[in-house]
Design a protein around this ligand. Structure first.
Ligand SMILES: [Ca+2]
Ligand SMILES: [Ca+2]
Length: 141
């Protein structure tokens, strides 16, 4: 019975009282990912991938951005394993992920590496902008 009364209160008085979890969180800043180059040779060495906000981080805390990698590349054969977490410090606008590409001796086709930012773990007010960037790695063998 108490539950029913509670529901009734929420439904009918929702405009007057907060029933929790219904308040919309405003997205104030977006976090995106990009690199200067979208195609590199496998002997390029490394590629600097930028993870950035549209304005400085004024959340009062470091923003830890979790990301996933995918594509038809293999960790250890084509590129070195990444940490899958990058931190934009307080008052900073950007942080960089260094993708180290391995120059193998295998004759192969072009390969793609994709990095995708996740919206998990982002502080309140931070949302995803352009959250995926794809790099094509061309073979040199
Ligand atoms: Ca090679
Ligand atoms: Ca190769």
């Amino acid at each position: 019975m108490r539950l029913l009364i509670g529901l009734f209160m929420c439904c009918c008085l929702g405009g007057l009282i907060s029933c929790g979890g219904e308040e919309e969180v405003k997205v104030l800043q977006l976090v995106s990912v990009e690199a200067d180059v979208a195609t590199v040779s496998e002997d390029v060495g490394s590629v600097s991938i930028k993870v950035f906000l549209d304005s400085p981080n004024l959340t009062g805390e470091n923003i830890n951005v979790i990301y996933a990698t995918s594509g038809n590349v293999t960790i250890g054969d084509d590129y070195e394993k990444l940490r899958e977490l990058v931190t934009i410090p307080i008052n900073e606008t950007e942080a960089f992920v260094t993708l180290n590409i391995i120059d193998d001796n295998v004759k192969e086709g072009n390969e793609t590496f994709a990095i995708s930012l996740a919206n998990t773990n982002l502080p309140e007010g931070i949302g995803l902008g352009s959250n995926t960037f794809i790099i094509t790695i061309t073979d040199n063998d």
